[in-house]
Ligand binder design. Sequence first.
Ligand code: ITT
Length: 191
Amino acid sequence: MKTKLCFATNNAHKLEEIQAILGDSFELLSLKDIHCSEELPETGDTLEANSLQKAQYLYDHYQVNCFADDSGLEVHALGGEPGVDSAHYAGPQRSHADNVNLLLKNLSDKNDRSAQFRTVITLIQNGKISQFEGIIKGQIITDLRGSAGFGYDPIFVPEGYTATFAEMSLTEKGKISHRARAFGKLVAFLD
Ligand code: ITT
């Protein structure tokens, strides 16, 4: 029998991608599949707390084994900001362009432009909690380059590369990204 696991996302693309990696022994359920239409709580101060909060909510309210992810960009010279606030760094409008502009402004007088994208996944299986982390280190450049991807991709150049994430194909970014690394660990654990 297939092991059922709910992924705390409404993003069909993310779901499909993970289902393909996990293969036939797992059946991934979306929030829609378990009839969860409310916004999941995300009020923690860290990526760890937020992904745990989302997974715990599903486990408690829907009695399903599940996992949830949370990601952010951590900039060294800004003490790890925007971090958990990455999506709404410049305000509640959650505009990627506003966020990028504010980050460039806040970094304009700094020499150290090192940063990392980080993803934390929390898995809850029969009450047992496990967390998986994925990191990609890099540099924040001064001007935007490229049009692929989303968020801070046009200003992030991963270590060992000259292209920004927004200048890479989805496949290329998907091989090295924070998200891919965290999901790789989750999949290895489930296998
Ligand atoms: P969901 O929670 O609905 O999945 P989200 O936008 O909050 O959407 P994440 O938790 O994955 O998605 O990421 C939070 C923010 O961190 C995101 O809005 C971006 O600003 C930034 N971010 C995360 N991963 C990124 C990536 O691969 N490239 C660029 N920015 C990223």
